[in-house]
Design a binder for this molecule. Structure first.
Ligand SMILES: Nc1ncnc2c1ncn2[C@@H]1O[C@H](COP(=O)(O)OP(=O)(O)OP(=O)(O)O)[C@@H](O)[C@H]1O
Ligand SMILES: [Mg+2]
Length: 239
């Protein structure tokens, strides 16, 4: 028994950049089975860069990414996704000209088995998508697009889901709805890293949280403790 118990994903000392300039400096985070971990921090802190690194869109110059005991550093996204990690990017996360159902089927593109039962499960999670399955995704509201993006990522029945600002740009009512869906997904056993601007709401749902600023780990801990921390509230939760 130790702090590594049930560890499912680990980033260890990652230094990452898009060019010679480093954006993340020695960043570490861990995710345990079944938990929601929220990553918060100001614009440009490197939150999206961290998710892109886990998913293999970027390769760290230093540091490692582990899925359980397996070193997955440097693997490309098409390999990572086969290992059970799905990713919903912050932008351009649906195919607007395809229907809802086609978007979900695209999510299953690497599956060689019959995925119709998974499609039904995703439709159960998002009944509104089932009702509109033949509508073009580009014609949907922001909240429904976000559901399509999450549904697409869930088609592979991942162990880990990386969500980059799922509530961005949504009206308050839809923000709550998306967070409810995230809880539902988590209750099916999917561990998640949730990057959010709505930091207070994200921490309220998470077991633990990490604060990133200027590409560095600033603080981490139990989400409840972070919410109760005056300094965190003042700097990162809008007072
Ligand atoms: N493709 C890119 N090429 C070069 N620099 C980039 C690229 N994408 C992001 N950056 C830079 O990396 C830094 C971190 O960006 P990142 O998108 O990871 O931040 P973030 O915490 O997700 O911010 P936000 O809250 O605005 O989404 C920023 O300074 C940004 O300008
Ligand atoms: Mg971002």
């Amino acid at each position: 028994m130790g702090s590594t118990e049930n560890l499912i994903l680990k980033v260890e000392g990652a230094t990452v950049g898009y060019s010679e300039i480093d954006i993340l400096h020695d960043v570490s985070i861990v995710l345990r089975a079944g938990e929601i971990v929220s990553v918060i921090g100001p614009n440009g802190a490197g939150k999206s860069t961290l998710l892109k690194t886990i998913f293999g869109c970027l390769t760290p110059k230093r540091g490692k990414v582990f899925l359980k005991d397996e070193d997955i550093t440097g693997l490309k996204p098409e390999k990572i996704v086969k290992k059970g990690i799905s990713y919903v990017p912050q932008v351009e996360n649906i195919f607007p000209s395809l229907t809802i159902q086609e978007n979900l089927e695209m999510g299953a593109f690497i599956r060689t088995d019959d995925f119709s039962s998974r499609l039904n499960e995703v439709f159960e999670l998002f009944p509104v998508l089932k009702k509109r399955k033949n509508h073009k995704a580009g014609h949907l509201s922001g909240g429904q697009r976000q559901m399509v993006a999450m549904g697409r990522a869930l088609m592979l029945d991942p162990r880990v889901l990386l969500l980059d600002e799922p509530s961005a740009g949504l009206a308050p009512k839809l923000v709550s709805m998306i967070f409810e869906k995230i809880k539902d997904i988590n209750s099916t056993g999917v561990a998640m890293i949730l990057v959010e601007q709505n930091a207070r709401e994200a921490l309220s749902m998470a077991r633990r949280g990490y604060v990133l600023a200027t590409g560095k780990n600033v603080l981490d801990g139990e989400a409840k403790a972070l919410l109760a921390n005056n300094e965190v509230a003042r700097l990162y939760l809008g007072g």
